[in-house]
Ligand binder design. Structure first.
Ligand SMILES: CC(=O)SCCNC(=O)CCNC(=O)[C@H](O)C(C)(C)COP(=O)(O)OP(=O)(O)OC[C@H]1O[C@@H](n2cnc3c(N)ncnc32)[C@H](O)[C@@H]1OP(=O)(O)O
Length: 442
């Protein structure tokens, strides 16, 4: 019996900023962002959107598109590093939002017996949720689990992370009927505790709050949603961890050069070109090429063989990222959707092909694993229309982007939005202070 992903859906923020507008305002050469990092558009949430609404949208779409009975879902595990609360899981908010909409068809509290939780390890939290849920269905093959990856990648204005912002969610149905892809049970893992990118709890004292209330507008935010990070160091940690996890994967599978067998290499993509930029090291090691000096590294990156390899095995996975930006936990799964949607659109047969995954989460951990595309994959992918749907987002100008970023707008940029939205946050009632209330516009 095989285990893996039976179905998948996604949601991207309803707004976007053209990356060239950001480049112009920040005095960055657009070619660096477009041709150097592969960025074109940056998905950005409207006032009413957050990691909980993204997750709810992807969850509801999964249930509706594939006619699932929510009462048959045993668990919803959500990977996120944009949790909206430090105790109450974002998954519980998403679950409740979906429950309300599903009430007419399935009655009240259709997820009453569902096990719901968040998992956090920066960008790899949803891979952990998938790993864990696969173990769960292996032990309970009659059960189904949903894994949601949902995040809002936000960096400080004018920082070097600003152009790698984005957001959105991917939801996966995990079961013993892997119609999309069957995931094998071999996991290369590498972990090291480092400070390459992290979100410390905000350290503030009561006096600070009283003396400068403008720094604490809602007085309830306890996490900084913008990370502390060192970009080049985070690149190095990513490269080191994936090398170690890849070697571990080789060790446990006793395979030589597994990447050569993979139809696609699916990376966590903090920006579109990241995977192809960092894989040069593993590629060099696997092919006996010198990789010591910067010149040698550039030679590998620019070689005809490497460029052909990228075109064949990585390029299609980058396309959605170029249009959305970083989705943190959801990026690796969106890279999978991007590659499979492109193959689908090009009438390419993928059944039986092996796909390799290289996940990374800052802080830091990598997991390398692989799966085989199922006979029924097209039946799953035909629901996505990924690139078509990306065209339906609303463009915002730079001024609106900055206001949204600074949380200066009280009302949604698009007041006619459809779907889930934050309606209010309780600020007065001491026993509910900080509670977030969401609604749905059909
Ligand atoms: C969160 C995680 O997943 S950890 C791993 C990634 N880290 C992050 O995402 C943290 C947040 N982001 C950041 O810190 C930064 O935006 C980074 C690290 C991603 C990028 O850093 P930068 O210093 O802006 O860019 P960097 O110098 O690394 O790369 C620019 C690329 O554009 C290329 N470039 C520069 N100018 C041009 C141009 N005019 N035309 C074409 N290409 C250009 C450079 O050559 C380089 O590409 P190459 O090395 O492949 O040749």
């Amino acid at each position: 019996m095989g285990f893996g992903i039976e179905a998948a859906s996604y949601y991207v923020p309803s707004l976007y900023l053209e990356i060239k507008d950001l480049a112009e305002k920040r005095g960055i050469e657009p070619a660096k962002l477009e041709k150097g990092l592969g960025l074109h558009k940056m998905g950005f949430p409207d006032v009413h959107e957050d990691a909980a609404t993204f997750a709810a949208e992807a969850l509801l779409k999964l249930i509706k598109d594939y006619n699932l009975n929510p009462k048959e879902i045993s668990r919803i595990y959500l990977g996120t590093e944009s949790a909206i609360d430090a105790a109450k899981p974002t998954a519980s908010y998403a679950m409740q939002m979906a429950e309300k909409v599903l009430e007419t068809e399935f009655g009240e509290r259709c997820f009453k017996n569902c096990d719901v939780v968040d998992m956090t390890f920066a960008c790899i939290g949803a891979v952990d949720a998938l790993h864990n849920s696969l173990d769960f269905v292996r032990v309970n093959p009659e059960k189904k689990a949903i894994v949601i990856a949902s995040d809002y990648a936000k960096y400080e204005l004018a920082s070097s992370g600003e152009y790698t912002q984005g957001g959105g969610a991917v939801a996966l149905l995990v079961s013993a009927k892997p119609d999309l892809i069957e995931i094998e049970n071999n996991w290369g893992v590498a972990t090291e505790s480092v400070f390459d990118f992290f979100k410390p709890r905000r350290q503030f004292k009561k006096e600070d709050l009283e003396n400068s209330p403008e720094n604490f507008p809602d007085k309830i935010e306890i996490f900084t949603d913008e990370p502390v990070f060192d970009g080049q160091y985070s690149n190095q940690c990513y490269q080191d961890r994936i090398r170690e996890a890849y070697n571990h994967y080789k060790e446990i599978t006793k395979r030589d050069k597994p990447y050569e067998d993979w139809k696609y290499l699916i990376f966590h993509l903090p920006y579109a070109f990241h995977g192809k930029r960092v894989f040069t090291e593993i590629y060099s090691l696997e092919n006996g090429l010198s990789y010591e000096t910067q010149d040698e590294q550039k030679t590998v990156a620019k070689s005809e063989d490497y460029l052909n390899f990228i075109n064949k095995k990585i390029e299609k996975s980058q396309r959605a990222s170029s249009e959305i930006g970083n989705m943190y936990t959801a990026s690796i799964f969106m890279a999978l959707l991007s590659a499979m949607q492109t193959s689908f659109n090009e009438n390419e047969e993928l059944a039986g092909n092996e796909i390799g995954f290289l996940g990374y989460g800052s802080g830091s951990k990598s997991k390398v694993f692989a799966g085989k595309v199922s006979e029924n994959w097209k039946k799953v992918v035909e629901k996505w229309n990924l690139f078509e749907n990306l065209k339906h987002r609303l463009a915002i100008d730079f001024d609106t982007y900055e206001k949204l970023h600074r949380k200066q707008l009280e009302h949604s940029v698009n007041p006619d939005y459809k779907g889930f939205g934050l309606q209010s946050v309780e600020l007065e009632n001491p026993v509910l202070k900080g509670a977030r209330y969401y609604g749905y516009k059909g």
